[in-house]
Ligand binder design. Structure first.
Ligand code: PLP
Length: 450
């Protein structure tokens, strides 16, 4: 019998990224409670959340310190804005704290409520920057196929998801896409390193084609997340950095997923030794406890914004929201005090890499890769030839559904299974994740072969 809540949901609630007809027929899964790496649904079924919500609950569920800090702030000052020369204590303290962990040239932040808004924000900021330094023709942004930068008009345009572009006639003018460094799927006979260089050099070719004087920026996720945990070959990022410097275009690292410890460094750009000019953040900034995002801004851009532009005519009612900023501050305190980022780098990340990597021996798995606490399993019909299944989405969904039935949340992007557990996951919980993933792979394999 369907619960009353599921019936109400089917009648009134339009869901993001869901097959709504199917969802309404099945009834939405209602998640009611979370503790550590576990969540419970309304029927009392327990799941290990191998996806940390949407790549965001880095400190795990149920941290009452955040609830308490938020309640105190809520009572003292539930809202004030950061427009027209005002601020609040939490917003200002957060600005100092968040940049303290980023690369040495990122010393400023512009707050938003989400990662999508953060991407819209730097998109305008980059154009404003070039206009202010006397190069107003530098407007085009180069992004990547299969990248994800949010769901607003600019965010979805910057993203390279075909199925998003098809809805609403995107991308908007002034945004073009080059290939992603997806060696398994697109590398052909090249070695990963050769392929990394080849796709990085597409940036240079695209700049030549468009004219350097017309290009504002290049944006990419340090590791492409929603696109399938696409970990770039080692040659990729150094070449991208070289090209951006040589051609004088801004480098934007979308840190919405990679930021705040996911790769075992505070930010993905640090892992790859890259120095971005702008870096949108969100998700792990508050571990998802409240909506907070922002753009980390380098001295190069901030100096122009402050001294030449002066008034950047842009902002959100919730930019620097004091209650959300309080949640973020408390989240960063927990990440620092419990050394959770270092734990990913030195302890649980290497452990996860071994355990997850061992799934590569499964018949259904073409490659099992990970970086920090972010992993992907490439499903393959023939692992020797890298041949894929005819209906990749269906195979991914099959594995995901078997995992769910056995109490594990994984995400499927086409035929890649994605994992991104909370950073607090224990060794035993990693073992449990792997055990259930193997059961799901076995069950799917049996069905596919029958
Ligand atoms: N950028 C990246 C890399 C993301 O993964 C996401 C969300 O998944 C976004 C931007 C958009 O963030 P939000 O959903 O908070 O708008």
């Amino acid at each position: 019998a369907r619960s009353n809540l599921a019936a109400i949901d089917a009648a009134h609630h339009l869901h993001p990224f869901s097959d709504m007809k199917k969802l309404n027929a099945d009834g939405a899964r209602i998640i009611q409670r979370g503790e550590g790496v576990y969540i419970w649904d309304a029927k009392g079924k327990k799941y290990l959340d191998g996806f940390a919500g949407l790549w965001c609950v880095n400190i795990g569920y149920g941290r009452h310190e955040i609830a308490d800090a938020v309640a105190r702030q809520m009572k003292e000052l539930p809202y004030y804005n950061t427009f027209f020369g005002t601020t609040t204590t939490p917003a200002t303290l957060l600005s100092e704290k968040v940049v303290s962990h980023a690369g040495p040239h990122l010393n400023h932040v512009f707050f938003t409520a989400s990662g999508s808004e953060a991407n819209d924000t730097w998109f305008r900021m980059a154009r404003v920057y070039w206009a202010a330094v006397g190069k107003p023709s530098k407007k085009i942004v180069i992004a990547r196929k299969n990248g994800y930068h949010g769901s607003t008009v600019a965010g979805a345009s910057l993203g390279g998801m075909k199925y998003m572009h098809e809805q609403g006639d995107l991308p908007i003018p002034g945004i073009v896409h080059i290939d992603q460094p997806y060696w398994y799927g697109e590398g052909g006979d090249l070695s990963p390193d050769e392929f990394g260089l080849k796709v990085a050099r597409q940036l240079e070719e695209k700049i030549d084609e468009l004219g350097e004087e017309n290009v504002a920026a290049f944006v990419a996720e340090p590791v492409q997340g929603a696109g399938g945990v696409i970990i770039p070959p080692n040659t990729y990022w150094p070449e991208i950095q070289r090209i951006c410097k040589a051609r004088n275009i801004l480098l934007v690292a979308d840190e919405v997923i990679c930021g705040f410890g996911r790769l075992g460094e505070w930010f993905g750009h640090q892992h790859f030794g890259v120095e971005p000019d702008l870096a949108p953040v969100a998700k792990g900034l508050s571990s998802g406890y409240l909506p907070v995002g922002g753009v980390l801004v380098s001295d190069r851009v901030a100096d122009v914004l402050i001294n030449d532009v002066g008034d950047f005519n842009h902002g959100f009612t919730y930019s620097g929201h004091p209650v959300c900023a309080t949640a973020a501050l408390e989240n960063l305190r927990i990440l620092e005090d419990e050394r959770l980022v270092e734990r990913v780098r030195d302890n649980i990340g290497p452990y996860f890499a071994r355990a997850w990597g061992a799934l590569g021996d499964h018949d259904l798995v073409g490659e099992a890769v990970s970086i920090g606490l972010m992993g992907a399993l490439q499903l393959a019909a023939d692992k020797k030839t890298r041949m894929r299944f005819e209906k990749p989405d269906a195979v991914g969904a099959l594995v995901r559904n078997h995992a769910l039935a056995n109490g594990l949340v994984l995400r499927a992007t086409g035929d890649r299974m994605l994992a991104s557990p909370p950073l607090v996951i224990t060794h035993e919980e990693v073992d449990e994740m792997i055990r259930i993933t193997r059961i799901a792979l076995d069950s799917a394999w049996r069905e596919l072969k029958s």
